[in-house]
Ligand binder design. Structure first.
Ligand SMILES: [Zn+2]
Length: 135
């Protein structure tokens, strides 16, 4: 069902003032070629779009915005070492089920909103559960 690069990790959801709850996440490790191709595609996309949007006044501002947007999105893809596929847990505050269906970039500090109490929880994953060279 999952590729060999898929990892199942146990972490916790935390809300200040409430006991943390266990969380199970499934993440996908992204290879350097995968990240490089997507980062390059976004960077080149910005360069391709720049001359087209530069036809609209104020010309230089739109072209610069296209290039910067391509570089920023490319940088985010390059930084995406892990992709979050699923997260399942319970809200530390109200106990309602909390589910996240990805894929989404796994950030160092991931906030998860509870649909029951509309409060944000912070996902914490143990650093030693990631393979060497990652995260
Ligand atoms: Zn809640």
């Amino acid at each position: 069902m999952h590729s060999p690069d898929t990892l199942r990790i146990r972490g916790t959801l935390r809300v200040f003032g409430y006991p943390e709850t266990p969380a199970e996440v499934v993440i996908l490790r992204r290879s350097v070629p995968w990240r490089g191709v997507r980062a390059g595609a976004f960077g080149l996309g910005g360069l391709v779009v720049a001359p087209v949007v530069a036809l609209i006044p104020p010309h230089a501002a739109w072209a610069l915005a296209a290039v910067v947007t391509g570089l920023v999105l490319g940088g985010l893809k390059w930084a995406e070492r892990y992709t979050l596929l699923t997260l399942s847990s319970r809200c530390p505050r109200c106990g309602a089920p909390v589910e996240v269906q990805g894929p989404t970039r796994l950030k160092g500090r991931l906030m998860v909103d509870c649909e029951g109490c509309h409060h944000g929880s912070t996902l914490t994953l143990p650093a030693d559960s990631f393979p060497p060279g990652g995260a």
